[in-house]
Design a binder for this molecule. Structure first.
Ligand code: MRU
Length: 338
């Protein structure tokens, strides 16, 4: 399938990304010329989605080394070490960011900070990017096996081409099922408060000619009760060894509802999203976002000044609520069973 825009691209020594803050109103690109600009783009969600921020982080390390070359030889190593920490800390939930930074750290450690290192890091980031593209394709093909003829899917947030280096994870499955003529329709949860579902998923699926219907997040239960959803499919930011899965806030609600209505609930992600260092997911990996995103979303105040806000960006869905994991390696049963 032809993705609509190149979400991330390395062009003439800088990182070009689709500015996802501006979608769906305008398709604009940002040229990120130094690593701090990449961190800012990750924090503001100009680039977002677990695999995409991993790829951006890998390129950011290369940009940090490029900047270090302007310093004296004595200062370079320290500068790069600090930059690696800053990049890794830009967002805490997705394992992809620390995973990609770790790949780059191995290359950086113990070698001179010079042009050769810069070139190696650019190549390595390109490999992270290319691998992600291939993994998305494999996820799509593997997951499409689970999609019945004429099926309707429900998804949340955006786990598509805008969130990855390829066709996406959850949406990758939908793209392949669509190509195979099996997918009837997709319901996209709006995804409060930053509206990745309405702004990005509806835009992306619409561009691909897929029949998509936007719902307010709280409509999901009613929709499932009325028998209009055949399966739920979501992406993941981090999966513990026990199968518990961190993904966009609201994912857990959908998993509870899906189980209550006997609807399969699938998690689609690259095998590398499994964080084997963690038996279970600690709450501390869950990012909390600023109150203004809730009280004053997109510039319009919708809550009284000074109200207390709790706004976790992600939640954790226990494996017992997950029917299956779709990865680039295949389909495996979750705790709920296939
Ligand atoms: O806050 P976001 O937009 O980065 O959240 C993204 C998600 O929760 C996605 O579902 C997840 O990163 C998987 S993207 C393939």
């Amino acid at each position: 399938m032809n993705t609509i825009a190149k979400t991330i691209e390395w062009v003439d020594g800088s990182l070009r990304i689709v500015d996802q803050v501006r979608l769906p109103l305008e398709l604009l690109y940002l040229e990120l010329k130094d690593y701090r600009a990449v961190i800012e783009a990750i924090k503001t969600l100009a680039v977002r989605g677990a695999p995409a921020i991993g790829i951006a982080g890998a390129y950011a390390v290369a940009l940090a080394v490029k900047e270090a070359l302007l310093l004296s030889v004595d200062e370079r190593e320290d500068f790069v070490r600090r930059a690696l920490e800053e990049i890794e800390g830009a967002r805490p939930t997705a394992v992809n960011l620390s995973y990609a930074v770790q790949i780059q750290r191995v290359i950086v450690e113990g070698v001179d900070v010079d042009d050769v290192l810069f070139a190696r890091l650019v190549d390595s980031a390109g490999e992270v990017h290319e691998r992600d593209k291939m993994m998305c394709q494999a996820i799509g093909v593997n997951g499409a096996e689970l999609v019945g003829q004429g099926a309707t899917a429900l998804t949340i947030c955006n786990a598509g081409a805008l969130a990855t280096g390829g066709i996406g994870t959850a949406l990758g499955v939908l793209y392949v099922a669509h190509e195979q003529g099996k997918l009837k329709r997709v319901f996209s949860c709006e995804t409060r408060p930053l509206l990745q579902g309405s702004r990005l998923t509806c835009w992306e699926l619409g561009q691909a000619g897929i029949d998509v219907t936007l719902i307010v997040d709280s409509v999901a239960g009613t929709l499932m009760k009325s028998g209009q959803v055949d399966f739920v499919i979501v992406g993941a930011d981090r999966i513990a060894s026990n199968g518990d899965t961190a993904n966009k806030i609201g994912t857990y609600n959908l998993a509870v509802l899906a189980e209550a209505h006997g609807i399969p609930f699938y998690v689609a992600a690259p095998e590398t999203t499994f964080d084997r260092t963690l038996e279970r997911l600690p709450e501390k990996i869950i990012e909390e976002r600023s109150p203004e995103e809730v009280t004053c979303g997109f510039g319009k105040r919708t809550a009284p000044e000074g109200v207390r806000v709790y706004s976790p960006a992600f939640d954790i869905t226990p494996s017992e609520l997950i029917s299956a994991f779709v990865t680039d390696l295949g389909v495996t049963a979750g705790g709920r069973g296939l």
